[in-house]
Design a protein around this ligand. Structure first.
Ligand SMILES: C[S@@+](CC[C@H](N)C(=O)[O-])C[C@H]1O[C@@H](n2cnc3c(N)ncnc32)[C@H](O)[C@@H]1O
Length: 309
C-alpha cells in the first residue's frame, strides 16, 4: 500500500435503511448480515452501529488491502465482524465455511474502491502504472495478459460487450498491431493507442469504457455478480433483504433482471434509488450510483405464487 486507504461510502443511509428494514423487535437478536464488498468498511461499520451488540457481519472482499485495512479500523467491534478475503461469487461456500445457515440481509456495493482507483496498479487511465487490474493479486490473469494474448476477435467482443464501445473492432485490431511491435506493459501505452483512434472530445469517456471492459474481463465481474445474486436468495431468511448498488448500466441491468426474475423475491424499489444533488456535489462517484433492493418472500407467499401459475 503506498497511500492511505480511503473510500467515501455512496448512498450509505439509504442502503442501510433498505437492508435493515424494520429493526428493534426481539426477533432481531443474533442477526447475521453479509457485506459482500467490504472496501473501506463504510457499510459494515454502519450496520454494526445501527444494530444490537449480538448482530454480526460477514464482511467479504477479494482485495487483500481492503481486508487488511478494515481489520484495523473495525477492530473495536471484535468478533462482531467475520472477515473473509474471497470472491462474493462463492457466497454459498463462504457462508457455509463459516458455519452459518441463513442470513438476515445481504448488501453489495459494486465496482472499485477509491483506494483501488488511486493506488492499485492498472485501474486508472490517469496514472501510468503497470497493466495489472487484478482485484485479487493471487489470481494469474492480468490486464497485460488480456491485451497481449487474446485474439483480435476476443478483444473486440470484450470491448463491445463490457465497454459498449464504438469502433470495438478497429481498436482491437490496433491493439493486435501494436503488440506485434511492443508488448503492452503500462496504462499509458493504452491511453496513447486510444488517442490515435478517438477524437479528443470522446477520449475520456472512451478511455473509461476501455478500462472498464478490460477490468470486467480480468476480474470476471459480471459472472460473479450473476452468481452472487442467484445464490443469495437461498441463503436469505424469510423477510430478509438484498440490496445492491451499481455504477454502470451493465451491472444495473443484471441486478434489475435478477431481482425481478426470482419468484422468491419481492422487489422494493420500482425505480432505482439515486444520490441526491447534495451527495453528488460532495462525492462525484455517487453520480452514477443506482440502488435496488428486494425482500425474500415468506413461504406462504411463495406457494401462493406457485398456484397462480
Ligand atoms: C465500491 S467498493 C465498496 C465500498 C464499501 N461499501 C465502503 O463503504 O467502503 C467495492 C469493493 O468490492 C470489492 N469487490 C468487487 N468485486 C468483488 C468480488 N467479486 N468479490 C469480493 N469483493 C469484490 C472490491 O475489491 C472493492 O473493495
Amino acid at each position: 500500500m503506498d497511500e492511505e486507504f480511503y473510500h467515501e461510502p455512496v448512498l450509505l443511509n439509504e442502503t442501510i435503511l433498505y437492508l435493515l428494514g424494520k429493526t428493534g423487535s426481539s426477533k432481531d437478536a443474533h442477526r447475521v448480515y453479509v457485506d459482500c464488498t467490504l472496501g473501506g468498511g463504510g457499510y459494515t461499520k454502519k450496520i454494526l452501529e445501527d444494530t444490537s451488540e449480538d448482530t454480526r457481519v460477514l464482511a467479504i472482499d477479494r482485495d487483500v488491502y481492503a481486508v487488511r485495512h478494515t481489520k484495523s479500523v473495525l477492530s473495536e467491534y471484535g468478533s462482531r465482524v467475520i472477515f473473509s478475503q474471497s470472491n462474493f461469487g462463492d457466497i454459498k461456500k463462504i457462508v457455509s465455511d463459516e458455519g452459518l445457515e441463513t442470513i438476515d440481509g445481504i448488501v453489495m456495493d459494486l465496482g472499485l474502491s477509491t483506494y483501488q482507483l488511486s493506488s492499485e496498479a492498472g485501474f486508472s487511465y490517469q496514472k501510468d502504472t503497470s497493466l495489472d487490474m487484478r482485484a485479487d493479486k493471487s489470481q494469474q490473469l492480468t490486464a497485460a495478459d488480456v491485451l497481449n494474448t487474446y485474439s483480435a476477435q476476443e478483444l473486440a467482443e470484450i470491448l463491445y460487450k463490457f465497454g459498449e464501445m464504438r469502433y470495438s473492432r478497429q481498436i482491437a485490431a490496433e491493439i493486435v498491431q501494436q503488440r506485434s511491435e511492443t508488448k503492452f506493459e503500462t496504462t499509458f501505452q493504452l491511453v496513447e493507442l486510444l488517442k490515435k483512434k478517438v477524437p479528443p472530445r470522446f477520449l475520456n469517456s472512451d478511455l473509461s469504457r476501455l478500462f472498464q471492459a478490460i477490468r470486467i474481463e480480468v476480474n470476471n465481474e459480471l459472472e460473479n455478480l450473476e452468481r452472487v445474486l442467484k445464490d443469495s436468495v437461498d441463503l436469505l431468511s424469510e423477510g430478509a433483504r438484498i440490496v445492491a448498488v451499481s455504477y454502470h448500466s451493465l451491472e444495473d441491468r443484471i441486478v434489475k433482471n435478477a431481482l425481478r426474475a426470482d419468484e422468491g423475491l419481492r422487489v422494493l424499489t420500482k425505480k432505482p434509488v439515486e444520490a441526491t444533488e447534495e451527495e453528488i456535489a460532495a462525492n462525484i462517484r455517487s453520480r452514477s450510483a443506482k440502488l435496488r433492493a428486494a425482500e425474500k418472500n415468506s413461504e406462504k407467499k411463495l406457494s401462493k405464487n406457485k398456484y397462480r401459475q
